[in-house]
Write a protein that binds this ligand. Structure first.
Ligand code: UDP
Length: 147
């Protein structure tokens, strides 16, 4: 089953949005496979955002993402990578549709509340970077047949 790495960023944790975001993924019908509250070490943040290292906003992105605890998760389900991106809304909250997480809760691109993997390759890489295999649960929920 497909898995995505989803993370409530430090602004989302500070603004008490962890519960709402978890609720949205549960309501959608996805299965939580792993979760932890953690502060990302600088080196790990640089690895996570490696493909953005030449962007002008890279340094501010790294200092923001390491500035306080994040809530890192693995969610599992059919097409979860693409669907989670839809649920999140566009990168720039100013363009994100109402009803999406960024559309509902964020104003500026530098503080857009949530991260979600954008492809199968990034999902695999990000899950591996943030979680040890032993932290990821594999289980069936009876309700899955109804989703
Ligand atoms: N970002 C930023 N300024 C920009 C573009 C992006 O600070 O002009 C930040 C923003 O927090 C975004 C993250 O860099 O979520 C990663 O950018 P990406 O293009 O990968 O967007 P995402 O996949 O998060 O939607």
């Amino acid at each position: 089953m497909e898995q995505s790495f989803i993370m409530v960023k430090p602004d989302g944790v500070q603004r008490n949005l962890v519960g709402d975001i978890v609720q949205r993924f549960e309501n959608k019908g996805y299965t939580l496979a792993a979760a932890k509250l953690m502060t990302i070490p600088g080196e790990m943040a640089e690895k996570h955002y490696d493909e953005l290292k030449d962007k002008p906003f890279f340094d501010s992105l790294i200092s923001f993402i390491t500035s306080g605890p994040v809530f890192a998760m693995v969610w599992e389900g059919e097409n979860v990578i693409a669907e989670a991106r839809k649920m999140m809304g566009t990168t720039n909250p100013a363009e994100a549709a109402p009803g999406t997480i960024r559309g509902d809760y964020a104003v500026q691109v530098g503080m857009n509340v949530i991260h979600g993997s954008d492809s199968q390759e990034s999902a695999a890489r990000e899950i591996d970077l943030f979680f040890d295999k032993s932290e990821i649960q594999s289980y069936e929920k009876n309700v899955t047949d109804w989703v």
